[in-house]
Ligand binder design. Sequence first.
Ligand SMILES: [Zn+2]
Length: 456
Amino acid sequence: MSALILVKNGTVVTSEGVFQKDVLIEDSHIRKVASSIEEKDAQVVDASGMYVFPGFIDAHTHYHLVSRGTVTADSFPQGSRLATYGGVTTVVDFADHQKGMNLSDSLQVRLDEMKDGMAIDYTLHQGVYGHGFTADIEKQLEELKKRGVKTLKIFTTYRETGYLLEEREKIKKLFRYSKKLGMLVTAHCEYNPTIEEISKNWKGDFLPHAHADLRPAEAEAKAIEFYGSCALEEDCPFYVVHCSSEAGLNAIRNLRRKGATVYAETTPTYLFLDRKALEGEDGSLYVMTPPLRTERDCVALRQAVLNGEIQVVATDHCSFTREQKLSSSDVRTIYPGIPGTEELFHLLFTMWSKNPVVGLEKIVTLLTKNPAQLFGIYPQKGSLEEGADADLVIYDPSVRWTLTDETVHTAALYTPYRGFEVQGRVKMTFLRGKLMMKEGKYFGEENKGLFLKQHD
Ligand SMILES: [Zn+2]
């Protein structure tokens, strides 16, 4: 006998619109979304006064990342747990391109790491780094796609780690094969020649505030321009991860005017925090790359989110504890990265509720349909279609509360959004029909998260 759950009287919001509908879950799947469903054998969840969303996707996370001789604060179980408090049921994390290893084996390293820890579902972006860009790259990409990963991540900076992919010929080759194989190249955009030039001539100190000047918005714009034009020449789509500035946005607009297909992602950090945060005593807490920009950049990015120029909002969740972050005040050694999966939708909903110039479905699409489609997991994820995974978020829009270090569940034990007033709160989160979080209580289980193979 199958288990039925009936979510009644809620306001359902999907990328298709906003509806007064009931949702019937059968085991791990959506069976029906319709007006006034009656089902006597179902366990009823009353969602009166609540929004009902498809489970959110955080398309940019780094849980349990071993980096710079340490490991990030949030393990896979911890990352899964905190995600459910934000209504996130799927993450797209990253597989490093391991030195001396092909892409497929590199992917396997990450899959083996994640398998026992994840309580929510996940897929991966595979890094393609300069140090491993060998002549048989096309064959490697083919193999990777067969394994279920079709999104790639390249770096336009970080020569010292071997990540940098800088030769035009190689970049073009990657776009050419990606186009042929239907893969998507995503890029961290900071133009390395600009950054190396600035750092060579730098006369200032290396306190946290310097980070913003050592890696300026112009470098982002130049990288988007250069790598984006390579993509355009190969007629291949291009995805900019964590766009942080108005200059970057303008570079994207220029490429689009020339006919390029460019997808843009931004993160709550660049929407809601600016470089003034780097000047405080605890400035180290706000160091991530690219750096925080100006208030003007935040405003431009928020507008771009609302007017549809940005396709995905994800977090780049890469958490270090307060202690790890504050162990240095020198930007050359501060661990870069901050937490954010839990805050993600709360912040976006709050932004939208203050000025609802677009339908709520537009905001929901940034965390559901768009990333699911781009990363090949739609409509299993990111939708409430019949047969889709029963990933649901029940959101109470009436609560008003304040984010503090005590309200978040990250092992970093702080939130960069401390003191932010938030509208509404995730009340319940379901993953494949299973209740994961209800009113602050967590019910997830390690190793129950599934790896999602990406399809065309
Ligand atoms: Zn990242």
